[in-house]
Design a protein around this ligand. Sequence first.
Ligand code: NCD
Length: 303
Amino acid sequence: MNPARGSLLGIEHLEAAEILRLLKFARRMNPDKPRPLLKGKRVMLLFYESSTRTRSSFEIAAKSMGAHTVLIQSFGSSIEKGESLLDTGYTVRAVGADIIVIRHPNAGAPYVMAQHIDVPVINAGDGLHEHPSQALLDAYTILRNKNTFKGLQVAIVGDIFHSRVARSACHLLSKFGVKIILCGPPELVPDIATTLAPGIRVTRHIDDALRGTDVIMLLRVQSERLSGLKLDLLEYITRYQMNPARLKMAKKDAIVMHPGPIIRGLELTSEIADGAQARILEEVRNGVPTRMAILARAMGKMR
Ligand code: NCD
């Protein structure tokens, strides 16, 4: 079965025009001025991994458009008893799901779901693969601050190898000709990352990444994912942590982004996290109108 119309499984195969249409529609969405575009619809939030921002903003987005939401987490559901992904999918469909939002530790899980269930499936993060709603809200945030993608340089710093956020961001930004510089040690940013999308460069030097940069996107350095890697966190901090002195190397009006969760003292200092150039909480806020647009598109209401 082909995925239902309105599914959002990844950014890689989404056309630039469709991305712009979504972002434009998101600008019209405001959770404080509810619009009943999803009145009476049931949005199932199927979370096989922990989540704070993604889950809460999908929930608020759905509710502000008049939908009902049901949260199913692996803990406390039949998933814990060993039920398969598809059987859980058939079950939530049988109880009346109109949209399934799914986060899963395995890459491709949302695709499998979309091939068997006849309602739109939205990928809320699958393994190390993609996190399309995050890339869209990041693009929304960039456009709100910079007005255009034209001529922009974006530096992505941190654990890119383990980051689905980075993968989706690279796919999205490269469709608009943005210059992308990935920065970190080889354990976190392998050279092969340049093949991900056109227009990507890898550097090991933070000053090289920051020079002339408009947007700095920091990624979590995820200690639980680093076992087996010969990475010294103190060395990471010395070479890559974003601090005020480093931020000065970027353009004067550069903004600092981070998908969260942030780890103060590791990827960035508190001065940066709470500083004037940070857009980290704005990203979280922008997650709501962006996800309203994603859900409206899922129901064919993006008009
Ligand atoms: C990220 C994720 O889960 O991929 N967070 C998010 O959704 N905003 C990034 C991370 O956990 O490092």
